[in-house]
Design a protein around this ligand. Sequence first.
Ligand code: NAD
Length: 477
Amino acid sequence: MADKFDVIVIGAGPGGYVAAIRAAQLGLKTACVEKWSNEAGKPVFGGTCLNVGCIPSKALLESSHKFEEAKHDFETHGIMAQDVTVDVAKMQGRKNNIVKNLTQGIASLFKANGVTSIHGAGKLLANKQVEVTDNAGNVTVYDAENVIIATGSRPVEIPPTPLNEHVVDSTGALEFSEVPKRLGVIGAGVIGLELGSVWARLGSEVVVLEAQDTFLGAVDQQLAKDALKQFTKQGLDIRLRARVTGSEVKRGVVKVSYSDTKGDHELKVDKLIVAVGRAPNTDNLLAPDSGVNLDERGFIFVDDQCKTNMPGVWAIGDVVRGPMLAHKASEEGIVVAERIAGHKGHVNYDCIPWVIYTHPEIAWVGKTEEQLKAEGEEYKVGTFPFAASGRAMAANATMGMVKILAHKDTDRILGMHIVGPQASEMIAQGVIAMEFGSSSEDLAMTVFAHPTLSEAVHEAALAVEGKAIHIAQRKKR
Ligand SMILES: NC(=O)c1ccc[n+]([C@@H]2O[C@H](COP(=O)([O-])OP(=O)(O)OC[C@H]3O[C@@H](n4cnc5c(N)ncnc54)[C@H](O)[C@@H]3O)[C@@H](O)[C@H]2O)c1
């Protein structure tokens, strides 16, 4: 029998590695099991987010945005940059280095905090035992007082578009060695829009096929409509109500069949990205006698404290209910570690920010206007466009707005929605305000530095009561 641990975490993504570090900080004897290997057969930490998700996509989004700026924006500033070209291999190399640095950083953090790293595939047995099978097939069983399952998710595959060299998922779409001339994307969700943007900026003709009739249904529709206009202007051809029915690859060309309200269509592209959602990783994870239940959608069933139905077994992140977001997973990891150590911990699921890293970025926290209407909640609205912001003008980034929704009677902020420059950074102001139960008046009475983009948040808060200074509003006395 191998060592016994206070905590064994299965999975070293942003949920698992954060849980392991926090548990070790709290004095618990902690191990983290990870099966991912690099070419040298060494363990790779960081999960989807660091290796094939958030971080590499942001690296490519930054690089491609710079290219787009150099081509289309510099001239506005009086900077002439003729014949700007892209070296895709160099761009990819930079991205790979960032990933390497970050993932190796986790190994150092594990060492510094005394987390034992176990390389292999983890499986939960009965009585909180964890079986680990290494690359060579050797099996070791470990005992634990507590097990935290943090195995994440994987891209969903659909029968009409089996993956191959030309039809890829989000991982493949981060690895293109050249810019595809024609690129198809299935799914106008977060991944489809971010990766579609990267390659469109680098020169691909991009067509996005989306089955729903509403663009970004989870986003406040005033902002979603604004964003759709911008994306269309940038050349993304977004086709709604388009249901993909099949695909065929012939001589390097992907023929995609889809139908919409007007009938059946065909689209020819050089690469096709399938970005239709993600599914929880539970395959071969739970021995039949582990006793852990899944919910009706195949996620590990947990309560609001991330406890499964088996005492001492917890689950966090993409493998459980709730948004598939790295920061939600990390927060759950911290809370579970704290609870195991006997402390109190709580995730405020009402204050989790969302960001889509397109240009302009889309970010929000709390309820949308559509949700408030559906719930019959009475609310007030304040908006402020970046077109009226001096700092946005200086940055040549005047598209979009800030929108604040506040309760009609209590004035408590119910939601903040931003489409525009640096929305990913600015949304933290809404998250903090909501976490502290602020009213729109609290924000309106706060001093914001001038000139900053954040002043749009201030003005939107002032606008809730018709008091915005830099836009004309109907008078309220
Ligand atoms: N910036 C971020 O926070 C970020 C980035 C990437 C991924 N993620 C997370 O990863 C998860 C997966 O992202 P995603 O973009 O794959 O999923 P998503 O759920 O955001 O979007 C998938 C889209 O595909 C459409 N779709 C499904 N089947 C289709 C079909 N057959 N034909 C056409 N359209 C179809 C859906 O209607 C939906 O709009 C999300 O939950 C997201 O939260 C987050």
